[in-house]
Design a protein around this ligand. Structure first.
Ligand code: NAD
Length: 394
């Protein structure tokens, strides 16, 4: 079949098998050529949410930078003869194929990471194949979670708190800048968002690994968060998602205590805004990101997802590095995004930006290109007019 992007709102319902594989290759090549991660720094790494965005980048740095065996968990859709898989499914296959060529262990378990059944499967796989894990990366981003104890299905909301929020946003496909009025979340919506995106599930994972003695001495775990700029606080950090992320901070402290028994370490790492399946769905963020990317590119400080995670590993996670921690004990690698010259310029442009001047003030084209790349489109060297088998990545 000839695979073209089919965009519906915030998602693309098709993914290009060869494009996704080429996108993974590009990221692996970046790490192979540029990473200063030391080989052997981590032996066995578990990545929860391994198939895209920051989780995939973490798996690539762990595998191809540190030479680690990686076990990944994700929730992706397999292809059929007439339908493409989800992008993450192709990404996993591509990662596994490259890892195998390199002699690196890589196994991916596809299913619901929130379920006890998946936890059990992961524990069994570690026992059988790896022994113990020395780094757990928690990079799940999901709109729903079926609670493993109650079986209740919780849905997260992306809403402000308290009152209606009137704020600027952009329609990514049309490029139209407008004001939207976002209704505040109810107490139930806040609680549900915390249940889905908060820290409880991360705790369940670490509890299960500890109880089964599957964490190596001095094992580390890191979960990812976003804080961002005052411009997005009303919808993010001060909204439902921020509440969930505050709960991740709570969990980090509790996990840290528990890991003392093995001399381990638990941290939340604050990352920069990138385009991912998860972030494209957040109102306001695409407009902010378009301005941010333009300013960071102009000032020479823009980082792609893989560069950012490589910097996290090399400067913060490897043994011997001195971590850049904030008052709450979080690792900060959002320093380039939040640098004063960057934020001052983004804030200057924010009130000025409109539909007409967005192409000058912001990098919406870059945002769109990054969005398409997530689904394997717009990657150099891929023939998008060629007939491809949706069940093969080569
Ligand atoms: P993403 O959408 O690219 O990836 C999410 C991953 O979670 C995928 O591998 C997906 O398969 C997996 N997943 C979702 N539900 C699952 C389930 N039930 N079971 C198993 N796997 C499941 O997301 P991302 O943007 O890389 O976000 C990862 C983390 O990084 C999140 O905590 C997010 O808040 C954080 N973060 C993102 C940004 C950003 O700008 N995108 C910035 C800072 C921090």
């Amino acid at each position: 079949m000839i695979v073209k992007p089919r965009i519906r709102g915030f998602i693309c319902t098709t993914a290009h098998p060869l494009g996704c594989a080429a996108h993974v290759d590009q990221q692996i090549d970046y790490v192979t050529e540029h990473s200063e991660a030391s080989s052997g720094a981590f032996q066995n790494v578990l990545v929860l949410g391994c198939s895209g965005g920051y989780g995939l980048a973490s798996r690539i740095v762990a595998g191809f930078g540190c030479g680690a065996a990686t076990l990944g968990v994700s929730f992706e859709k397999a292809p059929t003869q007439s339908k493409t898989a989800s992008a993450g499914w192709y990404n996993n296959k591509a990662f596994e194929a490259r890892a195998m060529q390199q002699g690196l262990y890589a196994k991916t378990l596809d299913g619901d990471a929130f379920s006890d059944a998946m936890r059990e499967q992961v524990l069994e796989t570690i026992k059988a194949d790896l022994g113990q894990i020395d780094l757990v990366v928690y990079s799940l981003a999901s709109p729903v979670r079926q609670h493993p104890k109650t079986e209740v299905l919780h849905r997260s909301s992306i809403k402000p708190l308290g009152e209606v929020l009137e704020i600027k946003t952009v329609h990514v496909e049309k490029g139209e800048v407008s004001n939207v009025a976002l209704e505040p979340a109810t107490e139930q919506e806040i609680a549900d968002t915390v249940t889905v995106m908060g820290g409880e599930d991360w705790q369940y994972w670490i509890d299960a690994l500890l109880a089964a003695d599957l964490l190596a001495p001095k094992a580390k775990t890191v979960a990812y968060t976003y804080i961002g700029s005052e411009l997005t606080w009303p919808i993010y950090w001060e909204g439902t998602l921020g509440k969930a992320k505050a709960d991740l901070d709570r969990a980090s402290g509790e996990i840290q205590q528990k890991l003392q028994s093995i001399g381990g370490d638990a941290r939340v790492a604050v990352l920069k805004a990138i385009v991912s399946q998860a972030s494209a769905a957040i109102p306001v963020v695409p407009l902010y990101a378009a301005l941010l990317f333009q300013v960071m590119k102009e000032q020479g400080s823009h980082e792609e997802c893989i560069e950012h995670i490589d910097r996290l590993f090399v400067s913060q996670l490897l043994t011997g590095t001195s971590m850049r921690l904030d008052d709450s004990g979080r690792i900060r690698v959002d320093d380039l995004e939040l640098a004063e010259p960057v934020q001052a310029e983004v804030k200057r442009r924010w009130p000025l930006v409109d539909t007409e001047n967005l192409p000058q003030l912001g990098d919406l084209a870059g945002f769109r290109a990054d969005f398409l790349k997530i689904f394997g489109f717009g990657i150099d060297g891929v023939d998008y007019d060629a007939d491809v088998d949706p069940q093969r990545i080569s």
